[in-house]
Design a protein around this ligand. Structure first.
Ligand code: ZN
Length: 132
Protein backbone atom coordinates (compact mmCIF):
# COMPACT_ATOMS: atom_id res chain seq x y z
CA UNK A 1 0.00 0.00 0.00
CA UNK A 2 1.25 3.45 -0.86
CA UNK A 3 0.64 6.50 1.27
CA UNK A 4 -1.93 8.58 -0.67
CA UNK A 5 -2.79 11.47 1.63
CA UNK A 6 -2.97 12.73 5.18
CA UNK A 7 -6.33 14.12 6.31
CA UNK A 8 -6.33 17.08 8.69
CA UNK A 9 -9.46 18.23 10.52
CA UNK A 10 -9.84 22.02 10.51
CA UNK A 11 -12.49 24.38 11.79
CA UNK A 12 -12.43 26.65 8.77
CA UNK A 13 -11.22 25.92 5.26
CA UNK A 14 -11.27 29.63 4.47
CA UNK A 15 -8.68 30.17 7.22
CA UNK A 16 -6.68 26.98 6.70
CA UNK A 17 -6.38 27.02 2.91
CA UNK A 18 -4.21 30.18 2.84
CA UNK A 19 -2.20 28.83 5.78
CA UNK A 20 -1.40 25.55 3.99
CA UNK A 21 -0.77 27.40 0.70
CA UNK A 22 1.85 29.46 2.52
CA UNK A 23 3.26 26.44 4.35
CA UNK A 24 3.55 24.14 1.33
CA UNK A 25 4.23 26.96 -1.13
CA UNK A 26 1.68 25.52 -3.55
CA UNK A 27 -1.93 26.48 -4.31
CA UNK A 28 -4.89 24.39 -3.23
CA UNK A 29 -5.76 22.51 -6.45
CA UNK A 30 -9.21 21.26 -5.57
CA UNK A 31 -12.08 21.97 -3.20
CA UNK A 32 -14.86 19.45 -2.99
CA UNK A 33 -17.98 18.95 -0.92
CA UNK A 34 -18.66 15.31 0.04
CA UNK A 35 -22.30 15.34 1.10
CA UNK A 36 -22.34 11.72 2.29
CA UNK A 37 -19.52 12.43 4.78
CA UNK A 38 -20.78 15.94 5.71
CA UNK A 39 -17.42 17.51 4.87
CA UNK A 40 -15.91 20.13 2.64
CA UNK A 41 -12.41 19.14 1.55
CA UNK A 42 -9.43 20.97 0.08
CA UNK A 43 -6.42 19.27 -1.51
CA UNK A 44 -2.75 20.20 -1.82
CA UNK A 45 0.06 18.33 -3.54
CA UNK A 46 3.04 17.36 -1.44
CA UNK A 47 5.27 15.46 -3.84
CA UNK A 48 3.30 12.45 -5.07
CA UNK A 49 1.25 12.53 -1.85
CA UNK A 50 -1.49 14.94 -0.87
CA UNK A 51 -2.72 16.85 2.12
CA UNK A 52 -6.50 16.86 2.56
CA UNK A 53 -8.10 19.46 4.80
CA UNK A 54 -11.54 18.59 6.15
CA UNK A 55 -14.13 21.02 7.48
CA UNK A 56 -17.45 19.75 8.82
CA UNK A 57 -20.67 20.93 7.20
CA UNK A 58 -22.75 19.46 10.03
CA UNK A 59 -22.32 20.11 13.79
CA UNK A 60 -23.15 16.41 14.35
CA UNK A 61 -20.73 15.22 11.65
CA UNK A 62 -17.66 13.08 12.33
CA UNK A 63 -15.21 15.94 11.75
CA UNK A 64 -17.14 18.31 14.03
CA UNK A 65 -17.18 15.65 16.75
CA UNK A 66 -13.48 14.89 16.25
CA UNK A 67 -12.58 18.59 16.70
CA UNK A 68 -14.86 18.84 19.73
CA UNK A 69 -13.04 15.91 21.39
CA UNK A 70 -9.45 16.36 20.23
CA UNK A 71 -9.18 19.78 18.63
CA UNK A 72 -7.91 20.43 15.13
CA UNK A 73 -5.20 18.13 13.84
CA UNK A 74 -4.37 14.95 11.95
CA UNK A 75 -7.59 12.99 11.48
CA UNK A 76 -6.58 10.07 9.24
CA UNK A 77 -3.89 8.59 7.04
CA UNK A 78 -4.94 7.22 3.66
CA UNK A 79 -3.35 4.44 1.65
CA UNK A 80 -4.02 3.81 -2.03
CA UNK A 81 -5.02 0.29 -3.01
CA UNK A 82 -5.71 -1.13 -6.44
CA UNK A 83 -8.56 -3.47 -5.43
CA UNK A 84 -10.48 -2.01 -2.51
CA UNK A 85 -12.89 -4.90 -1.96
CA UNK A 86 -10.06 -7.43 -1.99
CA UNK A 87 -8.07 -5.36 0.55
CA UNK A 88 -11.16 -4.99 2.75
CA UNK A 89 -11.60 -8.76 2.70
CA UNK A 90 -7.90 -9.37 3.40
CA UNK A 91 -7.78 -6.94 6.34
CA UNK A 92 -11.05 -8.17 7.82
CA UNK A 93 -9.68 -11.74 7.72
CA UNK A 94 -6.51 -10.46 9.44
CA UNK A 95 -8.61 -9.14 12.33
CA UNK A 96 -8.95 -5.45 11.46
CA UNK A 97 -12.35 -3.86 12.00
CA UNK A 98 -13.87 -2.07 9.02
CA UNK A 99 -16.06 0.93 9.77
CA UNK A 100 -18.32 -0.01 6.86
CA UNK A 101 -18.96 -3.20 4.97
CA UNK A 102 -18.98 -1.79 1.47
CA UNK A 103 -16.86 0.88 -0.27
CA UNK A 104 -18.21 4.44 0.05
CA UNK A 105 -17.79 7.43 -2.22
CA UNK A 106 -15.03 9.77 -1.05
CA UNK A 107 -13.52 13.01 -2.27
CA UNK A 108 -11.15 13.27 -5.22
CA UNK A 109 -12.90 10.61 -7.36
CA UNK A 110 -12.22 7.83 -4.86
CA UNK A 111 -13.98 4.90 -3.29
CA UNK A 112 -12.99 4.61 0.35
CA UNK A 113 -13.19 2.48 3.47
CA UNK A 114 -12.05 3.32 7.01
CA UNK A 115 -10.51 0.92 9.53
CA UNK A 116 -11.41 1.26 13.20
CA UNK A 117 -8.54 3.01 15.03
CA UNK A 118 -8.81 0.67 18.05
CA UNK A 119 -6.96 -1.98 16.00
CA UNK A 120 -4.44 0.38 14.41
CA UNK A 121 -2.69 1.99 17.37
CA UNK A 122 -5.23 4.78 17.55
CA UNK A 123 -4.71 5.91 13.96
CA UNK A 124 -7.76 6.16 11.73
CA UNK A 125 -6.76 4.49 8.45
CA UNK A 126 -8.48 5.16 5.14
CA UNK A 127 -8.11 2.84 2.19
CA UNK A 128 -8.82 4.52 -1.11
CA UNK A 129 -9.07 3.47 -4.71
CA UNK A 130 -9.56 5.53 -7.86
CA UNK A 131 -13.20 5.13 -9.02
CA UNK A 132 -13.25 2.73 -11.95
ZN1 ZN B 1 -9.04 11.14 3.25
Amino acid sequence: MELEHIGIAVKSLSQSIPLFEALLNTPCYKEEWVASEAVKTAFFSSGPQKIELLESTDPQGVIAKFIEKKGEGIHHIAFAVTDLEAEMKRLKAAGFVLLHETPRPGADNKLICFLHPKNTNGVLIELCMEKP
